[in-house]
Design a protein around this ligand. Structure first.
Ligand SMILES: [Zn+2]
Length: 295
């Protein structure tokens, strides 16, 4: 079964240069109902190109998403926490926590695409100062009412948060939905204070399931404008001034796919080889070198 998705609505499509290499030559990869994926012939990034404009993309995230997310919010939070653990989260954030303590303030977390705010609620309970950004207003309102959280109903760019105002930015299953993932990464870099960390999770287009299933892969959906591999996301992070600290992938065989008995061994194999279905990445702004300084 595919991931939750908005059905294509015949939105006008516009071609755009490749977000990673600015190339304009694409080879059709998968044709689906009302949309298709292409591969950039220069850098290999898989993308919808042409793709719907920003306004049409934003209009997708309404009430329907709330019902879907609210029902699964604790399952998703458990997966997000597992991903963070796989990236050795506790070790990576230890210096940030020490620094915040020395300054007599709470460590500051921003969750972009925070949905109902379940992850923020968890970190708030651990003593973090938490802020959420969520394009779906219905979900932002749910999180404010249910958990008393500070959630901005906005895109990250439109939220206009102060520079260097966060120690940690988290964005799970978000970057593949954005028209301009490069602009998003540059904005997160602006928001991170010295020593700040970025944690991302996104489908792995180089994973076992993507390679096996092709256009039937559960993440080959209308709402995903980009499908990254570890190689293409690493290149984009590098271009936007980040260095990668840790990566992990997981999920070898989809839940419910037959035969089910091979799932445990395939899951282990995929994880060991970096061929898992979803990948998570920890990165930090580079302080010097290509992509400029973190000034
Ligand atoms: Zn490209």
């Amino acid at each position: 079964m595919k991931t939750y998705d908005s059905p294509p609505r015949g939105d006008p499509l516009a071609p755009r240069p490749c977000v990673l290499c600015a190339g304009t030559s694409f080879k059709r990869l998968w044709k689906l109902e009302g949309f298709s994926f292409a591969r950039c012939t220069s850098c290999g990034l898989i993308q919808q190109n042409p793709q719907p404009l920003r306004e049409a993309v934003l209009a997708r995230y309404g009430e329907d998403y709330l019902a879907y997310e609210a029902e699964r919010q604790f399952d998703y939070r458990a997966l997000e926490l597992k991903a963070l653990a796989d990236l050795s989260f506790d070790q990576l954030v230890a210096p940030l926590l020490d620094d915040a303590k020395a300054r007599g303030r709470k460590p500051r977390l921003l969750d972009v695409g925070c949905a109902t705010g379940a992850l923020l609620e968890h970190f708030q309970g651990l003593g973090w100062a938490v802020t959420g950004v969520e394009a779906s207003e219905a979900q932002a309102i749910y999180g404010r009412k249910t958990y008393g959280l500070d959630i901005r109903a906005s895109t990250l760019e439109d939220a206009k948060l102060a520079a260097a105002s966060f120690d940690l930015v988290h964005a799970s299953q978000l970057i593949e939905h954005l028209n301009d993932p490069g602009a998003f990464l540059l904005e997160t870099r602006r928001l991170l204070g010295p020593g700040g960390l970025l944690f991302l999770a996104t489908p792995n287009a180089d994973g076992f399931q993507a390679r096996l299933l092709g256009r039937r892969w559960r993440s080959a959906i209308n709402d995903h404008l980009y499908l990254f591999s570890l190689s293409t996301i690493s290149d984009l992070l590098d271009e936007c001034g980040f260095e990668i600290l840790a990566t992990a992938t997981w999920g070898g065989w989809a839940q419910g796919l037959k035969p089910g008995f091979i799932k445990p061994s395939l899951d282990r194999w995929a994880k060991a080889r970096g061929r898992g279905d979803v990948m998570a990445i920890a990165a930090r702004p580079r302080t010097a070198g290509r992509g400029g300084t973190n000034a």
